[in-house]
Design a protein around this ligand. Structure first.
Ligand code: NCD
Length: 341
């Protein structure tokens, strides 16, 4: 696919503005997509692409980094392996902070790229059967996209994964059940295929496995080949957030249903829109801060999620939000894990 430039009228929209890309975890697509987006808007980019080249390696907290960068840049895009880190940054920065992926938690800008692609391909976001296949446990793009789809009507979800990599209970309970979204779980891609309008393939997230042998055992659970597509709808749309390892055979790329490279292009265009929107909002409201959710500390309670930002930054206050009054369910405000007392 050829490079698609945005119309010339956007070329100077962010002239004189700086985007800081704070990537504490490796990324090619997302970081370069943000950078390309800002450059196409006429803005500049500063930042780093691994934790080892930032002051985090000297022990600086996310809160301090956010305050420091607020003096240098106009907007931040942050990726971090600890869940909730960009939220901590947004509570401490005086400029907008975009979450570019936090641990296995969520990845909202990938979701916007996914939604734009679905809309462009299908002409709608309602009335679709969407299959998610692969690592539904650690795949943060899956968690974010399911949450976004809950805002549309008549969506059916098909969850295709090995038993060990099923969608976390909190997404089922707080998103699927809460919004009455019908869903089924299966281990068979072949069985699910004929019903799908969208097939969202994912990589098994090697970096989130504590046990390497478990990863080795599960990594080839699903491989999409042209053969397997023979029972799919002729207009089914195949998405993948990329990078792909081997879960989609290269032979599928020629199929007109393969939309994952269009998804990359849409990601850049969408990030241009997001940067413009947030800079515009920040200009209108210079004391902008993140959405403050009502939260409280609960005596003696700490978040037990080992990937939560509170485990590495012990000075952060342990705060919880009530998400289900009936069952008295509290969740960590940073990583959204359920409080286990
Ligand atoms: C995804 C991510 O980082 O979660 N990639 C991306 O942002 N394009 C998916 C993945 O890494 O598997």
């Amino acid at each position: 696919m050829r490079h698609q430039r945005a119309p010339a009228k956007y070329a100077e929209k962010c002239k004189g503005k700086k985007l800081a890309t704070l990537f504490f975890e490796p990324s090619t697509r997302t970081r370069l997509s943000f950078e390309a987006a800002m450059l196409e808007l006429g803005g500049n980019v500063i930042g780093f692409s691994s934790a080892s080249s930032s002051s985090a390696s000297k022990g600086e907290s996310v809160a301090d980094t956010a305050q420091v960068i607020s003096c240098y840049a106009d907007i931040i895009a942050m990726r971090h392996p600890q869940e909730g880190a960009p939220y901590v940054a947004s509570r401490n920065a005086s400029i907008p902070v975009i979450n570019a992926g936090d641990g296995g938690h969520c990845h909202p800008t990938q979701t916007l790229a996914d939604l734009l692609t679905i809309y462009r391909e299908k002409g709608k976001l309602n009335g679709l059967t969407v299959g998610f296949c692969g690592d539904l446990k650690y795949g943060r793009t899956v968690h974010s996209l399911i949450a976004a789809l809950s805002r549309y009507s008549d969506i059916k979800i098909v969850l295709i994964s090995p038993e060990e990599l099923r969608l976390p209970g909190y997404v089922k309970k707080d998103v699927l059940n809460k919004h009455g979204m019908p869903y089924e779980e299966t281990t068979s891609l072949e069985e699910a295929m004929p019903s799908l309008d969208i097939l969202y393939m994912t990589r098994v997230q090697q970096e989130r496995f504590a046990d390497v042998s478990e990863y080795e055992r599960l990594k080839d659970s699903y491989i999409l080949t042209p053969d397997k597509l023979s029972t799919a709808k002729p207009d089914m749309c195949i998405l993948h957030p990329l990078p792909r390892v081997n879960e989609i055979s290269v032979a599928v790329d020629k199929d007109s249903r393969a939309c994952y490279f269009k998804q990359v292009m849409n990601g850049k265009l969408m990030r241009m829109a997001l940067i413009m929107k947030l800079l515009d909002e920040a200009e209108k409201n210079p004391v902008l801060c993140c959405d403050e959710v009502p939260s409280q500390s609960i005596a003696g309670c700490v978040c037990k999620n080992p990937r939560c930002i509170t485990t590495t930054e012990q000075e952060l206050p342990q705060l919880f939000k009530l998400t289900d009054a009936e069952h008295e369910t509290y969740r960590c405000i940073y990583c959204e894990s359920k409080l286990v007392r």
